[in-house]
Design a protein around this ligand. Structure first.
Ligand SMILES: Nc1ncnc2c1ncn2[C@@H]1O[C@H](COP(=O)(O)OP(=O)(O)OP(=O)(O)O)[C@@H](O)[C@H]1O
Length: 312
């Protein structure tokens, strides 16, 4: 991991998702404005609508005078939206974890409380992360096909957010789920077989705290394809235990492929449901995956304790 200290961040844009995490955000704008003003910073805001946000955000970033950082105030979907708009630029992404799972914030050790996460404006390092294109679409955290993608789609269709809703849907979907057969061609070899799910992992941990890709970094120049084979019901407790204790490789039903590019074909399918950073998409088959190294700058907690945060 390589990090860089950065200069002062003065002009800040906060991208607010009003629905993420089922959290009431009516006071959020005022809280952030006051927090920044008391410490000599100016906060600007962009509210997401759930429709064409990437186009509106890109337009704003292209026409407005340069910003020093853009914060995503929401969950992994909001982080991914802002990351996509910033990828390839020098403007760093900040994260205020206000989603259901906040997997990306957990993977980057970003504090989960608002005030502490805002503290990164003053005290931070900048990490340059790899990003991925999956079927032409942007992803920075985790993407998958199979069971979890189905659950994420049902979650998106439902009116209720939050971790409880996810678990209820997953339990319901598990009983009738039919695994597909995949062919995976990578620059490191090929694999073919049935999978309960396969995760295209740039990062480590889902917002649910399932560690699908332990020990690999968001800036290691590679991604993993993490396979879970179909398993009998009796194997569920052992498998879950391994997934929640960073022991993915210890199961008879798991396998990981590390690579720089891949192509995934689903037997008999012209399209496949893919979950990208928490959002479901139907993508044409086969799905091509490529990695863009060091393409996103992100504010992370400093490696060593430095200056104190300014007090109001
Ligand atoms: N104003 C809005 N109204 C309805 N939906 C919105 C709005 N703004 C954003 N969205 C939708 O919110 C979703 C992204 O939510 P996000 O991932 O940030 O939170 P979350 O799902 O609660 O958290 P996590 O991904 O960490 O579990 C996207 O589907 C996006 O289209």
């Amino acid at each position: 991991m390589q990090t860089f200290p950065s200069g002062q961040l003065k002009r800040l844009l906060f991208v607010l998702n009003p629905i993420s995490g089922d959290i009431n955000k009516s006071q959020l704008r005022a809280t952030i404005t006051a927090y920044c003003a008391e410490r000599g910073r100016r906060a600007e805001f962009f509210d997401t609508t759930g429709d064409q946000d990437i186009i509106r955000l890109r337009t704003l970033l292209a026409t407005d005078s340069p910003l020093d950082a853009v914060f995503a105030a929401g969950g992994d979907g909001t982080v991914s939206l802002v990351a996509e708009a910033l990828a390839g630029s020098t403007v760093p992404l900040g994260i205020l974890p206000l989603g259901s799972g906040n997997g990306m914030a957990k993977d980057l050790a970003i504090p989960l409380t608002l005030n502490e996460a805002l503290g990164l404006i003053w005290q931070h390092d900048i990490r340059q992360l790899d990003t991925l294109r999956v079927g032409g679409r942007f992803t920075v955290h985790l993407a998958d096909m199979g069971f979890n993608a189905c659950v994420v789609q049902r979650f998106a269709e439902g009116g209720v957010r939050g971790p409880g809703a996810y678990v209820r849907i997953a339990t319901r979907e598990y009983a009738g789920y039919q695994p597909a057969t995949y062919q995976i061609e990578t620059d490191n070899g090929t694999w073919q077989g049935k999978a309960f799910m396969l995760t295209i992992a740039n990062a480590n941990t889902f917002g649910s705290n399932v560690v699908i890709n332990p020990g690999r970094a968001l800036d290691d120049g590679e991604f993993e394809i993490c396979l879970i084979a179909p398993f009998p019901g009796i194997a569920v407790p052992g498998l879950l235990y391994r997934l929640y204790t960073s022991n993915f490789d210890d199961s008879d039903y798991t396998q990981r492929l590390s690579c720089h590019r891949a192509r995934i074909t689903v037997a008999g399918a012209r399209q496949v449901l893919v979950q990208l950073d928490g959002e479901p998409y139907m993508l044409p088959c086969p799905v091509e995956i490529s990695l863009q190294p060091c393409s996103l700058r992100v504010l992370v907690p400093p490696a060593t304790a430095g200056a104190r945060l300014p007090r109001p």
